[in-house]
Design a binder for this molecule. Structure first.
Ligand SMILES: [Zn+2]
Length: 486
């Protein structure tokens, strides 16, 4: 393990924005140098688009920064394979059950398939694996025991549809989101469940409708059914990281309901007057509307789509790191092109400088490393950190040995290929899996016929279609055409 103070630079305390306090302050784990961290994982019912992946790139950057500063991070990401409903309001069907019907596969096959796809995408984005991937369905007895404890202590009430947590009994309810519990916020968001005492009450256990044929059901004191989604995260995080751990991460969309409810039931369960988790960190969205990809699945852009369009996945990681994790980003292919240009330029300088015996030795090199530390210590300001990476790449005062050493330090946090990729590695050939050269020949031949027939509208239309596939068509003076990959 790296010592808290490396021999090259004295690293600063890490300041982080805590959603719970709405303040930026120096991070202090309960038991340094150990840091216990939980990130809400995916519901494995469909492919995760690149927007979903932003939360994991953020958690990974946090984890890498903590490690770079000498902490020993114990990280858990759960896999939600049951209990996440199509609505946040305790109504609707389980997402896994819906997917199993849609794809006519068993829920177990669905979960396995999409868990594998998710892990493969994380690897391609160089998001490090957590120490543990607990699955919700492996923790049902613990979930039942947790719910029983809440019920025994008087926090819950039973309805025909399940066991509900009575949020009016919790004076602190909604503290994370600063919810006005009396107000209409949750009333507007949450669809009504018959018999619910308060709009914000939530299901800890949902009793299955005996008429509905469901693949996933377990016995409980409240009838056969399945755990609530929020319960799963409370149980798995406490089981694997201890009653109180240091950091809980997720997307901003988790603040008003999911994390709010995790906190309510966990603090009711622990009942020791302490905050369950002291540090709550939330990543913002990336808006994918600018991607203009229309897929039959109706989903957003996948990591596979990046490949198909000739983008190395780390170009996307670089794009994300250009913004602060708490700012919204608008995705566009032009922005991704600029990110590729930027990363290509960096690799063009770092790759040739790579040497075996690298060391940060001179004052100039130490100054870059220090500037980098200032940036990441400021609530993970990766945009500033990338500016330092670029500044170092342009600094003629640095020897190759020094730039190589700096690249290794920077990449330990950013993971953008500074230690092992070259600029040429970003030049992926655009291969649309559905398009072969024969298809393109067919389209270009069709376009030639349209030109011969002087149907220029059709001809332009075909040229656009080809451009969309990454093909540039060139018309020659003799009336013939040829094509090449863009
Ligand atoms: Zn969660």
């Amino acid at each position: 393990m790296r010592s808290l103070t490396s021999n090259t630079v004295s690293k600063r305390p890490l300041r982080l924005f805590n959603t719970l306090t709405r303040e930026l302050s120096a991070f202090k784990p309960r038991d340094p140098p150990d840091v216990r961290m939980y990130s809400c994982g995916p519901t494995v019912y469909a492919d995760q688009h690149i927007g979903n992946m932003r939360a994991y790139v953020f958690a990974d950057t946090l984890k890498r920064t903590l490690r770079w500063k000498g902490y020993r991070v114990h990280h858990v990401i759960n896999v939600t394979d049951v209990g996440h409903l199509t609505s946040d309001g305790d109504v609707g069907d389980d997402k896994l059950e819906v997917a199993a019907r849609r794809e006519q596969r068993s829920i177990w096959e669905i979960a396995e398939h999409y868990t594998g796809a998710f892990k493969a995408d994380l690897a391609r984005l160089r998001v490090g694996e957590p120490d543990l991937w607990p699955r919700a369905t492996d923790h049902i007895p613990q979930m039942v025991a947790f719910a029983e404890a809440l019920d025994r202590a008087g926090w819950c009430y039973v309805l025909p549809s399940g066991l509900y947590f009575d949020t009016s009994r919790d004076d602190d309810y909604g503290k994370l989101a600063r919810l006005d519990v009396e107000g209409q916020l949750e009333g507007a968001r949450v669809e009504a469940v018959e018999g619910k005492r308060n709009a914000s009450d939530f299901a800890v256990w949902r009793t299955a409708d005996p008429a509905a044929k469901r693949q996933m059901e377990w016995d409980s004191p409240w009838g056969r059914g399945a755990p609530g989604w929020h319960l799963e995260c409370s149980v798995m995080s406490i089981e694997h990281l201890g009653g109180h751990f240091d950091i809980h991460t997720g997307g901003v969309d988790h603040v008003p309901i999911h994390h709010t409810n995790e906190i309510a039931q966990s603090e009711a369960f622990l009942d020791d007057g302490e905050d369950w988790v002291r540090w709550w960190l939330h990543g913002e969205f990336i808006n994918l509307k600018g991607a203009k990809i229309s897929k039959s699945t109706g989903g957003g852009v996948l990591v596979d789509d990046l490949f198909d369009r000739g983008y190395h996945p780390l170009v996307y990681r670089y794009l994300l790191l250009q913004a602060h994790y708490r700012s919204q980003i608008e995705f566009s292919w032009q922005a991704l092109d600029s990110a590729r240009t930027g990363l290509r330029r960096l690799l063009g300088r770092y790759a040739p400088a790579r040497t075996a015996h690298a060391a940060v030795s001179s004052a100039a090199a130490r100054a870059h490393l220090d500037a980098f530390d200032v940036a990441v210590s400021d609530d993970l300001n990766t945009a500033k950190a990338l500016a330092v990476v670029a500044a170092a790449s342009r600094d003629d005062a640095l020897s190759d040995r020094e730039l190589s050493a700096l690249g290794a330090e920077f990449d330990a946090v950013l993971a953008i290929g500074l230690t092992d990729l070259s600029a040429a590695d970003l030049d992926l050939k655009r291969v649309d899996v559905d398009v072969t050269p024969t298809d393109i020949e067919t389209l270009t031949a069709e376009r030639s016929s349209a030109r011969v027939a002087r149907d220029f509208a059709r001809s332009d239309d075909l040229r656009d279609q080809l451009a969309e596939l990454g093909v540039i068509v060139e018309d020659h003076a003799d009336g013939t055409s040829s094509w090449r990959w863009a």
